[in-house]
Every structure is written in structure tokens, then in C-alpha cells.
Design a protein around this ligand. Sequence first.
Ligand code: FAD
Length: 469
Amino acid sequence: MVSVMWFRRDLRLEDNVALKQAFQDSDSLLLLFHVNPKQFLSDNSSNQAAFFKSVAGLRDEVKMKKGTLHILYGDIEECFLKLKKEIPDWSNIYINRDETGYGLERDKLVSTIFKELGVTAHGYYDHHIHAAREIKTNSGTYYKVFTPYYNKWIELEKPGVVKVVFDETKLIKEPLFSKDEDQFNHSLDKQIAIKELQLGNQAAHERLDIFIKQDLNDYNEARDYPLKNATSQLSKHLRAGELSIRTVYDEVSRSNYSSGKETFIKELAWRDFYNMIYATHPDQKDQSINLSFRQVEWENNEQLFDNWKEGMTGFPLVDAAMRQLKETGWMHNRLRMVTASFLTKDLLIDWRWGEKYFQEMLVDYDPASNIGGWQWAASTGTDSVPYFRIFNPTTQSEKFDKNGDFIKYYVPELKNIANLKIHDPSKLSEKEQNEFGVMIGKDYPEPIISHKQRRQLTIKVFEESKKVF
Ligand code: FAD
């Protein structure tokens, strides 16, 4: 009897619940990754490029352990039929479950395919510290607000690190699907290159070690300042499961107490919270959760949307952040909040447009966290920023990039501005523009909107929407 371990968002050989069980239960095991071309994003997607890179990293890791990661490429039903034809005594499949979105829909589909093929599926929870349906209120409902959710979350016993006994003698090694592998390699070659992107299990461990040694203590104070690079930057490893969330929790919780450690662990709870919210609001990628704000009349001006994407809004912090996203596929959390607020509240562009653009661009794209973050910023989610509390992009800039060093790095047109007007270059006098070598309106745009006016308008638009229900 042959078993299959099907990797999806758990691309690692350690601390992996399904893999541990698969090795434990099987004498003959095939390690599998399936590529579904229907899921492809655009050719410029850094999200997709990063995910391909993570899969290739797992393949290398398996090879180093003298095994083979078999790749199936194409329509999912045809792929599993092909697998069964190739290995008629395939009888079990091991999977770490997806609880939301596309992954959940795919699993519903394959569960019927497996039944028809006579294959028993074994599903486990692995991707979160606490699974979506594990935490409920005392009356048995799901939480809508983070703080009470967190109070319960922190009290619960945490799952420990899982030891995988990797036994290469059990593995099916001879290549079986070389055409599929060629198609994967071809797609891999077509992915865009992303500057400074370190992926893989080893890189993830190195990042975790450095973060715990250097930044965890001061995380509470330093995490809001983009230039300090004081957050863990583990999200790109966690989203594809190159690093287990249990390993992160375990190593962090074994370090000495600090307020930084406490705050960091709370962030891990946000990750679980948004997974629970997505599982319990399955249409939240397409619909605002808050019924009161389903009638918001977004303006959806395409030119302004392009200005935002290109980092050409005339608001330096927004522009630096959007250019960072385009260049590196990553953006600091504070800047995700600022740019998402700017898109939805200053430009009155539908949060779904922003969510889709981030999906395309983020190397750490995680549907539950991204949708959760967008609905938070747009005030349309369950526990969001109130609609009348609108981030001022200039004061955010003065507060979180005081000397403008982050701005200067990503917006080189402004790099010679030697005073605090860098936060609002439209206020530079003609003399200053000459002195700093930047002509506003020519080298760098005038602000594309007036924040003050748009703020008043947006509050009105949200209030109009509220009247409907
Ligand atoms: P750290 O500050 O080191 O936090 C540690 C880990 O905790 C993160 O890696 C992440 O897994 C988790 N975490 C931290 N903050 C949040 C949060 N607010 N929500 C959920 N999990 C959190 N996070 C993603 O992983 N993928 C996304 O696609 C994503 N899109 C976002 C979109 C918007 C509009 C906003 C406002 C936030 C989004 N976030 C997303 C949450 C957050 O910005 C990132 O998790 C964080 O910036 C990743 O950097 P880090 O690993 O250095 O975080």
C-alpha cells in the first residue's frame, strides 16, 4: 500500500503534523506538490514568484535528504487520476487542512475525487496555533472582536513542536511525472526576480534567530518605525509554511520576558483571529463584513488608483511604501495601514481593488490576513478602525519617519531635501526647490488630493451608507 503526503501551505520537512503522521503510518510514501495553472496570477506577480521559489526550495531540501518531491501539474482531477493510474495501490493521502477560501473549496472538491478513487484522506490542523473553530465564546458563538478573543486565546495550552522522523528508505524516489516537472520548471523560469528575497527553511530559521537575539526585546517600541526593520519579517516564511508557527511560538516563548515578547505573541494571535474571521465569514473576500458599509459609494477613479500603485500620489510616505512594495514585494505593517487607509479613505477606492493588488504583489500574501487588514483599514470589517478616524498621511510620516530617511531611500527625487518639509514637499518655496534640486509638479507630483477635503467627504459617504440599514 502506498501513501501520499500532499504539501500545500506547509512546505517544510520538520514540525509538520501531516508529514509526521504520514511517515509514522506508511511503509511506502510519495511526497507530492500539485501545481494548478488555473490559480496563476499575472507574470509580474511577486506573490506567485515567491511561492514558486518556496516550492523549489522544498524540492531541493527533499533532494538533499535523498528523496524526491514529485510534482503534478495541471487540472487537479486529471492529476489525481493520473497518480492513481501510475500507482494503483495508492490508498492513503495525508494533508494539512486549509480552513478558508480557495484552499477549502479545493479540499471539498478533492475529497469526492479521493472517495471515488478509494483513497482515504487524513486531514490535520497545522497552519495556525489555534485552528479557526477551536476558540468560541462561552455561549458557543465565534468572536467578532479581537481583545476578548485574545483573552481566551492566551489562556489555552499551546501545541508543542512536532517531531518528524524523516525516513528516506520509505520514500518513492524514481521520477514518475517528468513532463509535469518540466512544466513546473518552465513556469519557475518565467517568474520575475525579486530583489533581496531570501526564502527557504534555513533562511527562515536564521531570520527567527536574529529576530529573537536582536529585536524581540524592543519590539514593542520599535515595531512601528519602517526604517528600523525591527519586526521579524517572518510572514513570507509563515505563509508558505517554510517555518512552522509552533516552532516560532516555542522559540519566542522560551526567551526571557519582555514587553516586546508579549506584544509579538499578540501579533501571532491576530494571525489566528483573522483565520477564524475568514472561516466564519466565507464571503469576506468579495463582501464587506459590516452590513452598514456595503452601500459605500466608492469613486473608483482609475487614474488615482494608478497613481497609488506607482507611488506617485504626492504624499511621500505613501509613495515610498508603494514603491517598496513594487520593488521588494514586502511592506511594513504601519505602511500597509497608511496606504490602505489612503486608498480607501482619501481616494475613495474600493478596498477590494487594494486587496487584489496586494494579492498580486505581496511575497507574504495570506488571504485571511490580507482581507482582514484591508477590511480593518476600510472600516468594513468586524473589529476595524472607526470610519471617522482617518489616518493623516502627512502626520503619520512626521511621526514614523521623522527625518524622512525611509522616504529618501525609496523616493530618490526627494533625497536632498534637508528640512522637515520632506513630509509635504508641496510646501517647499521656489528657492528651496532649486536648492534641493526637485521641482514639485515636474520631478515629483503635487498632492493628488487634499486630505482635509477628502476626509470630510469620506465621513459623509460612510454616514450615507449607514443610513441604508
Ligand atoms: P511581525 O510584526 O514580526 O509579526 C509577526 C507575525 O505575526 C507576522 O509574520 C504575521 O504572521 C503575524 N501578524 C502580525 N501582524 C498581523 C496582523 N495585523 N494580521 C495578521 N497577522 C499578523 N500579513 C500577512 O501575513 N499577509 C498579508 O497578506 C497581509 N496583508 C495585510 C494587508 C493590510 C492592509 C494590513 C494592514 C496588514 C496585512 N498583514 C498581512 C498583516 C501585517 O502587516 C503583516 O503580517 C506584517 O507586516 C508582516 O511582517 P512581519 O513578519 O515582520 O511581522
